[in-house]
Design a protein around this ligand. Structure first.
Ligand SMILES: Nc1ncnc2c1ncn2[C@@H]1O[C@H](COP(=O)(O)OP(=O)(O)OP(=O)(O)O)[C@@H](O)[C@H]1O
Ligand SMILES: [Mg+2]
Length: 334
């Protein structure tokens, strides 16, 4: 098959055009050429012909020109909470099959409050929350501290720092103001879950969806009750001193099964397709809660959480990419 790869590279954006006081993680979601090359290489091992489509306007032009049999979607999109829906929506419009979730799931999942409303209505536990657009709204908040503040529709830990955990109203006000100024979008304020943290990889669609494994993000220095899997941790070149990834988690089977069930229920409630990564964190009493669903999980070899999980369960990077492709082809009957 001719498989078009949709992607957005950090290099596609002119970092020098960003305002001098812009946060240093504004391009964090975007890929590097190495990831696109790795995926293209894996596709050729199956005899497919990869075509690099890129993102934005260039994606539209190349898609019309190349007319691939399938689009392998990596593109984070640009500019709005619907950005991850752009590529699947265009493919839908043109009748071109596309891997990963449809536009609705992409957009709902990126807006973390929308996603929480959907999963909560399906009975999946998730921290209580509020969405604020002005610091003054915090006076009306009735949630118990500590609270967590993050941008409403970003990923890759954009805007997530150690200081995102707020112990009192003064800290919360400062953090929320900073996020409103930096990202120009509403802020999600939710109960802080001070228990163990997991990310769960899922493959497949609907009733066929299956958990591959959960992976625990184990803090080695910070007490779990204060831990945030923040950008500081992810960017630390000596991250091995700060965290360990356990896949499968070194925890009792029943505990892991509960965590995986929360993830799978959320995945199904959000109608996720082909692949997804669900973040689940336990509260201080050990009850697992849905934090967010990534229907377009990063696929950087040796870096992205799902690639690290795959390695730890003894499966190769090639297997990760081909597993996604196989699930998409089965769903699309290609
Ligand atoms: N309600 C919460 N309680 C405790 N910790 C939280 C909460 N929400 C987020 N976190 C911490 O912040 C981290 C990042 O949050 P979240 O997963 O929502 O952001 P993200 O940027 O979309 O993540 P990703 O890098 O997976 O795309 C989590 O992995 C967790 O450590
Ligand atoms: Mg996350």
């Amino acid at each position: 098959m001719k498989i078009g790869i949709a992607f957005d590279l950090k290099a596609d954006f002119d970092a020098s055009a960003l305002p001098a006081d812009a946060p240093d993680d504004l391009l964090e979601e975007y890929d590097s050429p190495a990831t696109v090359e790795a995926i293209a290489r894996v596709l050729t091992t199956r005899g497919h012909e990869p075509v690099l489509l890129g993102g934005g306007r260039r994606f539209v032009e190349r898609l019309l020109e190349a007319r691939p049999d399938l689009v392998f979607n990596l593109a984070e999109g640009r500019g709005s909470r619907s950005r991850e829906a752009h590529v699947p929506a265009l493919c839908e419009l043109l009748g071109i099959p596309c891997t990963h979730s449809d536009p609705l799931t992409m957009a709902v999942s990126l807006d973390k409050a929308m996603a929480k409303r959907v999963v909560a209505s399906a009975g999946v536990p998730t921290p209580r929350f509020a969405v604020v657009t002005q610091v003054a709204q915090l006076s009306d908040l009735v949630l118990p501290y500590p609270l967590f503040a993050k941008p409403l529709f970003e990923g890759s830990s954009m805007g997530v720092r150690r200081r995102s955990r707020c112990a009192d109203e003064a800290q919360l006000r400062e953090r929320v103001q900073r996020l409103l100024d930096d990202y120009g979008e509403p802020v999600l304020v939710e109960e802080f879950c001070g228990g163990h943290e997991f990310t769960v990889a899922i493959l497949g669609t609907g009733a066929e969806a299956r958990v591959v494994s959960a992976m625990e993000v184990v803090p080695l220095v910070t007490p779990v009750a204060d831990f945030v899997y923040s950008l500081e941790v992810k960017r630390n070149p000596n991250w091995r001193e700060e965290i360990r990834y356990d896949a499968p988690p070194r925890r009792p089977v029943r505990e892991v099964a509960q965590i995986e069930q929360v993830a799978l229920d959320a995945y199904r409630a959000l109608d996720c397709r082909d692949v997804g990564r669900v973040d689940v964190r336990c509260d201080a009493n050990g009850a697992p809660k849905f934090i967010e669903l990534n229907p377009l999980p990063g696929l950087a070899p040796g870096w992205s959480d799902i690639a690290l999980l795959w390695e730890r369960v003894g499966r190769s990077y090639d297997d990760l990419i081909l597993s996604i492709l196989d699930r998409a082809c089965a769903r699309l009957r290609l």
